[in-house]
Design a protein around this ligand. Sequence first.
Ligand code: DGY
Length: 319
Amino acid sequence: MSKVVVTGRIPEAALELLRAEHDVDAWDGSESIGRDELLARVAGADAVVSLLTERIDGELLDAAGPQLKVVANVAVGYDNIDVPACRERGVIATNTPGVLTEATADIAFGLILMATRRLGEGERLIRSGAAWKWGMFFLLGSGLQGKTLGIVGMGGIGQATASRAKAFGMEVVYQSRSEIDPAIAAELGARRVDLDELLEISDVVSVHCPYGPATHHLIGDEQLAAMKETAYLVNTARGPIVDEAALAAALRAGLIAGAGLDVFEKEPTVHPDLLELENVALVPHLGSATVETRTAMATLAADNALAVLAGEQPPTQIS
Ligand code: DGY
C-alpha cells in the first residue's frame, strides 16, 4: 500500500478508487488546507492528488520526500504546479484535460450572454427592489447573430466555445500557436488570425489559452484599446492573463462595452474597481463546477495517480 495525500475535498467516487488500493489521507476541511498543514501531511507520500488552490513547488516536493512518484492535479490548468521542479525530482505530473471542456465552454457562453444581454444588471435591479417596467430602451444589450467571436487559444475549450458561437449565428476567428485541424476549422467556420487582427475585428473576445509567463497580462491597456468600443471581453481561463486594473479602467472609460469574468488575478480577491462597475459580469471560478464534471475530473486524477503507483503510464501526463 502506498500513501496518497489528497489536498482538498474531492468527490467520493474518486476517493473510493484510491482507497480500494492505497492508504489515503484526504483533507476534508471546508476551507483550503493551510500551507504548514499541507507540508506536514505530504511527508512520506507516494502520490499527491492536488487541487488548483494548492501550490506544488520544490519546497512541497522536498517536504514529501524522494519516494514521491506523482502529483495528480484535479484541473486542466496546472499553473499551480512547478513542472520543472517535478521533472528534476523524477516526479510525474498529470492534469485533467478533456473532461471539463464542455462545462467550461458553457460558462464562457453564459458569460457572453450575461455581458452582452446585461443579465447581471437586470437581476441586481430586481433584487434591489427598485421600480422597473418594460420599456423600448430599457436595459438594451447587444445581439450576437452575425457578430464575430474572437477566441484567444483554440484548444478543446476554445473549440467547444466556437461551436456554441456557431449555433448562435456568429462568425469565429481564432488566435492560436498553431492551426487547428482543417476539418474542424471548416466545420466551425473558424479562421486563424493574429492577435492584433482578432482584437480589431471581434465583437466578443473570449480567452481560452493556458496561463504562464508568455500569457501574463496578454490582454492589457494596449490590447483593450485596440478592441472595438462596442466589444466585450470574456475570460474563463486564468485571471492573470488579463490585467484587471487595465480592464477596469477600459470599462470605466468606455473603451470596450463590457466584460464577463470567471477567473481573477488574485483569487478569491476581485479587483475593487471591477466590483463598482455595472458592465462586468462576475462569477466565482465556476467553469468546471457541475457534479458530472467534477466527478470526472477527480476520477481522472485518481486514475492518473493509480497508474503511476502501479508502474504504468498515466492517462494524461503533463508533457
Ligand atoms: C481547470 O481545470 O483548470 C479549471 O480552472 C477548474 O475549474
